[in-house]
Design a protein around this ligand. Structure first.
Ligand code: F6R
Length: 603
C-alpha cells in the first residue's frame, strides 16, 4: 500500500529514486511522483498512472539534485490524480513529504489548518502532514517533525524534505514499514528491501515512533521525545537477482518456477541446525489447549490447510479466523491459546492488529513470516521464517507454498510432543515433505498441460472450485488466485455444499475445477462431479484421476503420488499455473492486477 523511497548522497537522486520506485511498484500503481532538492526550490513531478507514465513525463526534464524522495501510490483518500499524488508540498512550498499509511484524524487537522487560512490542494489525508509541518516549522526540521508526529493519529512511514534544512532527509515511522539503507554512494530510506538492494545490503529497520535523520555520510536515530537511540545495522541475505525478473515474462511466473528452491530452502532452514528449528523445539505445547490461526487472503487460506493438518495429526482444536474479523470480535483467547499469525510481508495491518489483540489477552503468538525485520516477525513472541526470498508479484505463490511447509513441520512437531502420532508415521510424513521440491519440479516441467486447460476458460464468466476437507482448503486458494489476476469471477465450495444452493448457477459449459486427493473421499467428490456434469458443467479434475474415464465433459490433471495431507502443496501449483495462464491468455497485467497492492498496510 504505497511505496516510498528517499536518497541523500553524492549522486543525482532522480534515477536512483525512479529505479527504487520500480521495485516498489507492487505496493501501488495508481500514480507516482518524485521531489528533488533543486538550487533554491523543491522540484516536484507527479503523474497519474503507473511508473512508466511518470518516466515518460520526466523525459527531457532536468530534474537534478542530490537529495530526493519518491512515492508510488495505492489510493485511499482521493481518486488517483495528479493533485492527489505524492510528494505533497506545504502551501509555502518549503516542506515536501511522501507518506505510506493513513492519517485517521486528518479531517480535524485540516479544519484547524484551514481555519488559520491554509489552503489545501488535494483530497488526501497525506497533504495534512506537509501543511502541518510548515505550520509548526521552528527552524529545525527534526523537532518540527516530532511535533507533527505527536499530532498525527493513524499509521505512517514518512520521508520529509525541508528547503531550510538542505543537507538532510528525515524519516519517521509508526505502524508502516521503513528501512534505512547505508551505501557507498549515500543513504536511502525505503518501504522495502528490493528498492535499495542494488546499492546496499546494509540496513537499519526502523521501529515504531522512531525518527531517522539522514545526511550524505551519516544517519542518526531519535525517539519521539527527541532522545538519541542506538540501532543495529543488519545485513540482508537476499541476492539482487532474486528481486529481478531474470528473463521471465512476469514476476509471478518466475516466482512459481522458483518454488522448488524456496521449498528446499525452507525445509533445510527448519529441519537442520537453524533458528526455525530452535523455535519449533522450544515451543511448549503442554501450555496450550487451543490453537487459533489468523491471517488475511492467501495466508488465511494457508491457515485453513494448516487447520486440517494440525487437527488430523494432533487431535487439537484449531480455529482459523480472518484477521480483519478476529481483531474486532472480542476473541476467546487467553494464556492457554497458541495464536499463529501467517503473513508474507509481516506488515498486513489487520494481521498486526490481530496479533496485538491476541497478545493483550495473554495468548502466546507464533508468526510465520517471509520478510525479516517486519513488524509481525519482531512483535510476535516467536517467529518461523519462510525462506521464499523476495516476492514481488502481487499474487502470492512461493510464499504461500513455503507457509504450507512450515505449517506441516509445525504440526509434526506438535504431534511428536503430544505423542498423537507414532514416530514411524511422522518420519514418513517428514520424508514426504523433504520430497516436495522434486515433485513440484515434476509438475513445473509440464506447464504446457495446464496452459492448455487455462486457454479454454478465457471467456468463462464464472468458475467454481470444489473439494472436500483439505482439498476444499486448497480450492479456496485456487479460486482467489484465479479471480485476483484474471478478473474471472470464481468461488470455492466444499464439494458437498454445492447442492444446497450454488448448483443453481451451473449451466451449459460452466467450468468446475474439482480437487480430489483423498482416496477415502474420492467417490463422494466424484458424485458431486457427476451432479454438475449432468447439469451441463465441464469439469477439470485435479488429483487422483479415474483411469480412462475422461470425456469431453471431464478432463484430468494427475498429481505426483503423495499422501492426502501433503497434497495441497502439489495441487496448489496446478492452481497457480491455471490462474496465471488464464490471466496471460487475456493479456492482463499479471504482476499488477487492478485495484490491488501487495502489502495491505491499511485497514
Ligand atoms: C493473494 C495475496 C493476498 C495476501 C494477503 C496477506 O495472492 O497475496 O491475499 O495473501 O494480502 O498478505 P500477507 O501475507 O503479506 O499478510
Amino acid at each position: 500500500m504505497c511505496g516510498i523511497i528517499g536518497y541523500i548522497g553524492n549522486q543525482n537522486a532522480t534515477p536512483l529514486i525512479l529505479e527504487g520506485l520500480k521495485k516498489l511498484e507492487y505496493r501501488g500503481y495508481d500514480s507516482a511522483g518524485i521531489a528533488v532538492f533543486g538550487d533554491n526550490s523543491i522540484d516536484i513531478v507527479k503523474q497519474k498512472g503507473n511508473l512508466s507514465a511518470l518516466e515518460s513525463r520526466l523525459e527531457g526534464m532536468h530534474l537534478e539534485g542530490q537529495i530526493g524522495i519518491g512515492h508510488t501510490r495505492w489510493a485511499t483518500h482521493g481518486e488517483p490524480s495528479e493533485a492527489n499524488s505524492h510528494p505533497h508540498l506545504g502551501g509555502k512550498e518549503r516542506i515536501a513529504i511522501v507518506h505510506n499509511g493513513i492519517i485517521e484524524n486528518y479531517r480535524q487537522l485540516t479544519e484547524q489548518l484551514e481555519s488559520k487560512g491554509i489552503t489545501f490542494t488535494s483530497e488526501t489525508d497525506s497533504e495534512t502532514i506537509a501543511q502541518l509541518a510548515e505550520y509548526y516549522y521552528d527552524g529545525d526540521i527534526v523537532s518540527t517533525s516530532i511535533k507533527v508526529a505527536n499530532r498525527l493519529e493513524g499509521s505512517y512511514a514518512l520521508g520529509i524534505l525541508s528547503l531550510d534544512d538542505p543537507d538532510m532527509l528525515v524519516a519517521l515511522r509508526k505502524d508502516n514499514p521503513l528501512i534505512i539503507g547505508i551505501s557507498d554512494i549515500g543513504n536511502f530510506i525505503a518501504s522495502d528491501v528490493p528498492a535499495i538492494l542494488k546499492h546496499t545490503n546494509q540496513v537499519y529497520y526502523m521501529e515504531d515512533k522512531e525518527i531517522a535523520v539522514l545526511k550524505g555520510d551519516s544517519v542518526e536515530f531519535f525517539n519521539f521525545d527527541g532522545e538519541p537511540i542506538q540501532k543495529e545495522l543488519e545485513t540482508i541475505t537476499w541476492s539482487l537477482d532474486s528481486a529481478e525478473k531474470g528473463g521471465h515474462p512476469h514476476f509471478m511466473f518466475k516466482e512459481i518456477m522458483e518454488q522448488p528452491q524456496a521449498l528446499e530452502d525452507t525445509i533445510q532452514s527448519t529441519l537442520y541446525d537453524s533458528e526455525n528449528k530452535r523455535v519449533l523445539e522450544s515451543l511448549d505445547f503442554s501450555n496450550f489447549n487451543k490453537v487459533v490461526i489468523t491471517a488475511c487472503g492467501s495466508a488465511y487460506n494457508a491457515g485453513v490447510v494448516g487447520k486440517y493438518v494440525i487437527e488430523r495429526l494432533c487431535r487439537v482444536t484449531v480455529e482459523v479466523e480472518l484477521a480483519s474479523e478476529f481483531r474486532y470480535k472480542d476473541p476467546i483467547v487467553d494464556d492457554k491459546t497458541l495464536v499463529i499469525l501467517i503473513s508474507q510481508s509481516g506488515e498486513t495491518a489487520d494481521t498486526i492488529a490481530a496479533m496485538r489483540e491476541a497478545k493483550t489477552r495473554g495468548a502466546y503468538t507464533l508468526s510465520i513470516v517471509n520478510v525479516v525485520g517486519s513488524t509481525i516477525s519482531k512483535e510476535a513472541d516467536a517467529c518461523l521464517f519462510t525462506a521464499a526470498g523476495p516476492e514481488i508479484a502481487v499474487a502470492t505463490t512461493k510464499a504461500f507454498s513455503t507457509q504450507l511447509v512450515l505449517l506441516y513441520l509445525l504440526a509434526f512437531q506438535l504431534a511428536e510432543k503430544l505423542g498423537s502420532q507414532t514416530p514411524e508415521v511422522l518420519s514418513e510424513l517428514r520424508s514426504e515433505v523433504a520430497a516436495l521440491p522434486g515433485k513440484v519440479q515434476e509438475i513445473l516441467d509440464q506447464v504446457d498441460t495446464v496452459q492448455k486447460y487455462a486457454a479454454s476458460c478465457v471467456n468463462c464468466k464464472s468458475i467454481f472450485f470444489i473439494g472436500r476437507n483439505i482439498d476444499y482448503a486448497i480450492a479456496l486458494e485456487g479460486s482467489l488466485k484465479l479471480k485476483e489476476i484474471s478478473y474471472i469471477h470464481s468461488e470455492a465450495y466444499a464439494a458437498g455444499e454445492l447442492k444446497h444452493g450454488t448448483i443453481s448457477l451451473i449451466e451449459d459449459d460452466t467450468l468446475v475445477v474439482a480437487i480430489s486427493t483423498s482416496q477415502k473421499l474420492f467417490d463422494k467428490t466424484m458424485s458431486n462431479v457427476e451432479q454438475v456434469i449432468s447439469r451441463g458443467a465441464k469439469v477439470l479434475l485435479i488429483g487422483n484421476c479415474p483411469c480412462g474415464n475422461t470425456s469431453d465433459k471431464l478432463s484430468c490433471i494427475a498429481l505426483p503420488q503423495c499422501s492426502e495431507l501433503i497434497s495441497p502443496s502439489l495441487s496448489v501449483i496446478i492452481l497457480q499455473l491455471f490462474g496465471y495462464y488464464a490471466a496471460a491468455n487475456k493479456g492482463l497485467d499479471i504482476d499488477k492486477p487492478r485495484n490491488l497492492a501487495k502489502s495491505v498496510t491499511v485497514e
